[in-house]
Design a protein around this ligand. Sequence first.
Ligand SMILES: [Zn+2]
Length: 108
Amino acid sequence: MGLQALRSRVALADLHTAALPPKVADRFYTSPAWIALRDRVRREAGGRCQAPGCGRAERRMFADHIVELKDGGAPLDRTNVWLLCASHHSLKTVAERAKRTAQRPGGP
Ligand SMILES: [Zn+2]
């Protein structure tokens, strides 16, 4: 898949360091505003993975922040949310974790 494409999209986040404390994030993901946006994204994507070249439709799909909240991404911006299948969602999560680890002063 387009891991490179994902990387260039998430590279935008490098300028931001704002982080949400875990409790705030938990509250966010159960908020009516997020649930409404998540449903809208799923509907507009036709239930299909939006990673470049994928298009898989699985029972379990993930509405994912393109620029993660931890990286200062806009939580409720329609353009910052896309629908991913399980494998693309975990690929992206792993890629971002690796990036974050690499950026930590002193390395991994
Ligand atoms: Zn996919």
